[in-house]
Design a protein around this ligand. Structure first.
Ligand code: ADP
Ligand code: MG
Length: 349
């Protein structure tokens, strides 16, 4: 530390902090094809192929609450959120390493359950667990996973390849994981007030599953390959559509128009959002943790994905100067803020 200067992390935000910490590093290795700044690093493997590497950490009390998160689900989710970053580069995940820091609050049986979930995800996504680290923590559980994947060099899709007039596509539907979390948080408060009352989770199966046991879109990567569609830019939706679209636009140096009426929202998300007095559009834009893919395609590829129930065209890229807009149902353009950007003041990074 130098002198008495003190910069609050809250002021920088996550992305500002990463920039500050990494700005003086220059890649010197020929094998480093792409370093900090995308969903995964891209490293030369051989003449034709690249290795993709990505790390994510889950912290108890920040990313999960063990009051309502079964450890088996947590293990599964910890793997999925990492694999999602490999698919977001248009690659296929092959290995993971798993590091845990755990307090003596947990018996061995609890960790068995965590690893049952990790095992299940490894089987489903066909990845090998090849290493990790085990250490103690003074309190709480930490899980850090590194995912390794591969792609042909020419197939790797970055956040920065988008061009004006290309179509913006989102997979699956948005906002469900966030609404699932709202239900779990509500029932947690009810339980804290009166432990006799049983949680009321009936009828919320879909959104609860999306929060507790999300899936990564390996199927979409395989499908796009079959259709012979190569996205021009891509990112996974971990922090919410608005935030991820911001990343694509900033790095591709384009603007965007997306249309409110096109946003894919499950009816159960809309009804729950309205129950909670939140607009379904806000939930779709800023919810987070959906682990869907957001990508752009050339107009000529539209016919190949048209009518596919897993992919929705929500808008198009524009010139950089024209900014980021949501066109509402009345046709008015609303400027999208960088809401959904994570800050240290918020509960999650
Ligand atoms: P994602 O949300 O896709 O996991 P992040 O927003 O976590 O991506 O990270 C953005 C970029 O910054 C990635 O390239 C990541 O590897 C890099 N990064 C994040 N934290 C650090 C750090 N502490 N040191 C170096 N690089 C980092
Ligand atoms: Mg990502």
């Amino acid at each position: 530390m130098s002198g008495d200067k003190r910069t609050e992390l809250e002021k920088l935000g996550e992305f500002g902090l990463i920039h500050e910490l990494t700005k003086n590093f220059k890649n010197a290795r020929k094998s480093t094809i792409y370093g900090v700044g995308d969903d995964a690093a891209v490293i030369e493997k051989d003449k034709d192929n690249a290795m993709l590497v990505s790390t994510d950490t889950l912290v108890e009390g920040i990313h999960f609450n063990l009051m309502y998160t079964p450890l088996k689900h947590l293990g599964y989710k910890a793997v999925v959120v990492n694999l999602s970053d490999i698919y977001a580069m248009n690659g296929i995940a092959e290995q993971i390493t798993v590091s845990i820091a755990v307090s003596n609050r947990f018996p061995k049986e609890a960790l068995d359950e965590l690893y049952e979930g990790i095992h299940k995800a490894c089987e489903f996504y066909e990845v090998d667990l090849v290493g990790g680290d085990t250490t103690s923590s003074t309190s709480g559980l930490f899980i850090s996973i590194t995912a390794i994947g591969t792609a042909r060099k020419e197939d790797v899709v970055y956040r920065n390849g988008g061009k004006p007039n290309e179509l913006i596509v989102v997979t699956g539907d948005l906002g469900a994981a966030y609404m699932g979390l709202q239900i779990l948080e509500r029932e947690k408060e009810v339980f804290k007030a009166n432990p006799e009352i049983q949680p009321d989770l009936d009828g919320h199966d879909y959104i609860l599953e999306r929060q507790l046991k999300p899936e990564a879109r390996k199927d979409i990567i395989e499908f796009l390959k079959k259709l012979d569609v190569r996205p021009t830019s891509m990112i996974d939706i971990s922090d919410g559509l608005a935030s991820e679209l911001f990343h694509l636009c900033t790095q591709s140096k384009v603007g965007a128009h997306i249309f409110d009426e096109k946003l894919p929202i499950d009816p159960s998300v809309s009804t729950t959002a309205i129950d909670f007095n939140i607009s379904p559009t806000t939930v779709a834009l800023n919810g987070g943790e959906d682990y869907e893919l957001l990508f752009s395609i050339e107009q000529k590829d539209f016919d190949k994905i048209k009518g596919n129930p897993h992919m929705t065209v929500i808008g198009h890229f524009t010139d950089e100067d024209s900014g980021l807009y949501l066109i509402d149902k009345q046709g008015s353009a609303i400027q999208l803020s960088a809401q959904g950007w994570k800050h240290f003041s918020k509960h999650k990074m």
